[in-house]
Ligand binder design. Structure first.
Ligand code: NAD
Length: 527
């Protein structure tokens, strides 16, 4: 498999403070990291320029943290956890504090729309209607859900006799969040809400392409007067900052969202200190359209499943499996609808699909398009750069048909707007094709027969399957991967519990009746 130019490979490189100011002009925004309740530069003054993928111009700069900076952040989080009030306060007190943070985020919401759009290339329409407000609502829901009993009684049994056994859930300690660039604000919400709600302290590292809304989050946290060290946001490369977080002995858990290749490396690094891990990794999900699907809806949804966020979403339905009986009519309808996708400037509210995140991402997507041609797939739509866009990493929505399981675009995650269409005859064949993947993240089934839809959803080996829908995530439901799409979950009480340690407490109730304790014979000389 070709190695993706992710992580540091394709990412922005650090430079000395202020070096790019002249080129970028007066609008350059300067950000600092947030460590132990203070906004700080990196200890060696290095910065990372942040580019707008629609203009290809840097417009902001953030610190490139050093190993010493990471250590300071981790030490602050450790001290806050071990000796500060956060891990000791009652759930009610923590929830009150986090709800005040939700209110503060809501008050700043409109300022975040354009920042999120500028660093990620996500259309402002989407950041305004979805990413920012839905992210805050998901944070709120997770905080509300954290109000569950941390004490769970265990059944009384014949043995051991007369003892009271229960499970007590406790925070894990210092949690590190490391995230990808495709939904920057959403991931800030997903990593921070469960960690904080369960009484942990947090060191969060956003992706270097899109660090700004995480740093805006730090500003809002600061206004809400949290105890120092509870929330720390540091910026920098994966190989320095990310790797240090994964190996630091004082970090107890790493929650990572990113590629499967880097996720494997995270797991190897974390093994040294057996950190608890949540790994949300890559995907190559199948969207299955059966003969009895609602034609118009499923054709529109097939485009949405793949091209949402310019194809840069982990659960994207990038493999479209269409049944024989509906195939011709479905494809004609879908291709007609594809003409209505508005690719363009993310700052324009009418734009529905923006640029890719970077030059290296576009180069990689183009190499997959070339591989599809080379391997004999049939190009039906798009296939190249968007006409008329002088700047920006644009690629048209692209549809290939006659895709077979041996082809790279069937097997490998592209993370761009390329839809691979495969025709099938029977439901069993569709399931076999869907499961013919090392990944197991998402998927869709389109049918009027809900019973059949549920049966097929059960047979697909992935963490989420939508029947007659796609992409709709719900903070009450767990989101996670099977197979090489990862381990652990985001959102819901299932994820909240993954931010706790489970302690069994056994309380003996027999008083000083030593004779009842035959199991203690091991260590005592008896007559
Ligand atoms: P990436 O793996 O390159 O980077 C993710 C994060 O890891 C970044 O913050 C990066 O700086 C950091 N990193 C890089 N090298 C590291 C190292 N050696 N040690 C520790 N951290 C390191 O991924 P990306 O290109 O930013 O994101 C795209 C990938 O993320 C895709 O594969 C996509 O499917 C996946 N993703 C998964 C989910 C999910 O929930 N399953 C969600 C979004 C994205």
């Amino acid at each position: 498999m070709e190695r993706h130019p992710r992580g540091d490979g394709g990412g922005p490189q650090p430079s000395r403070l202020g070096l790019d100011l002249a080129k970028a002009g007066p609008v350059m925004k300067t950000y600092q990291m947030y460590i132990n309740g203070h906004f700080v530069d990196s200890s060696d003054g290095e910065i990372i320029p942040v580019e707008n993928p629609a203009s290809e111009e840097p417009f902001a700069e953030v610190p490139a943290a050093t190993v010493e900076d990471v250590d300071r952040a981790v030490q602050a989080a450790r001290e806050a956890f071990d000796n500060g009030p956060w891990s000791r306060m009652s759930q009610k007190e923590r929830i009150t504090k986090l709800m005040a943070l939700v209110d503060a985020m809501k008050a700043k919401e409109t300022e975040l729309y354009s920042i999120e759009s500028e660093h990620s290339g996500i259309p402002i329409r989407k950041t305004t209607l979805m990413d920012i407000p839905i992210g805050i609502e998901m944070f709120r829901t997770m905080v509300e859900q954290s109000d569950f009993p941390l004490y769970e009684p265990l059944p009384w049994t014949d043995f051991p006799k007369i003892s009271w056994n229960f499970v007590q859930r406790e925070p894990i300690g210092v949690c590190a969040g490391i995230s990808a660039w495709n939904f920057p604000w959403l991931f800030t919400m997903w990593k921070s809400a469960p960690a904080l709600a369960m009484g942990n302290t947090l060191v969060f590292k956003p992706a270097s392409y899109t660090p700004l809304t995480a740093l805006e989050f730090a500003k809002i946290v600061d206004e809400c007067d949290f105890p120092p060290g509870v929330v720390n946001v540091i910026t920098g490369s994966g190989s320095t900052v990310g790797a240090e977080l994964c190996t630091h002995p004082l970090v107890d858990k790493v929650s990572f969202t990113g590629s499967t290749e880097v996720g494997q490396e995270v797991q190897r690094m974390a093994a040294g200190t057996l950190k608890r891990l949540t790994l949300e990794l890559g995907g190559k999900s199948a969207n299955i359209v059966l003969d009895d699907a609602y034609l118009d809806l499923s054709a529109e949804a097939a485009l949405f499943a793949c091209f949402f966020n310019a194809g840069q979403s982990c659960e994207a339905g990038t493999r479209l499996l269409v049944q024989d009986g509906i195939y011709d009519e479905f494809m004609a309808t879908m291709l007609e609808k594809a003409k209505t996708i508005t690719v363009g400037d993310p700052a324009d509210f009418e734009t529905t699909m923006g640029p890719l995140i970077s030059q290296s991402q576009r180069t990689m997507v183009e190499s997959y398009i070339q591989s599809a041609h080379d391997e004999g797939a049939a190009l039906l739509f798009g296939g190249g750069r968007t006409a008329g866009m002088q700047h920006g990493y644009y690629i048209d929505p692209t549809v290939f048909a006659n895709v077979t399981p041996e082809m790279r675009i069937f097997k490998e995650e592209i993370f761009g707007p390329v839809l691979a269409v495969t025709r099938f005859k029977t439901n069993d064949e569709a399931i076999a094709l869907a499961n013919d993947s090392m990944y197991g993240l998402g998927g869709g089934i389109w049918t009027r027969d809900l019973q059949k839809g549920i049966e097929m959803a059960k047979a697909v080996r992935t963490g989420t399957v939508w029947v007659n829908d796609y992409h709709l995530l719900n903070a009450n439901a767990p989101f996670g991967g099977y197979k090489m799409s990862g381990t652990g979950h985001e959102m819901s009480t299932y994820a909240l519990k993954e931010y706790t340690e489970m302690k069994h407490i056994h309380v003996d109730l027999v008083g000083d009746k030593r004779d009842d304790k035959f199991w203690m014979d091991y260590s005592v000389n008896r007559e």
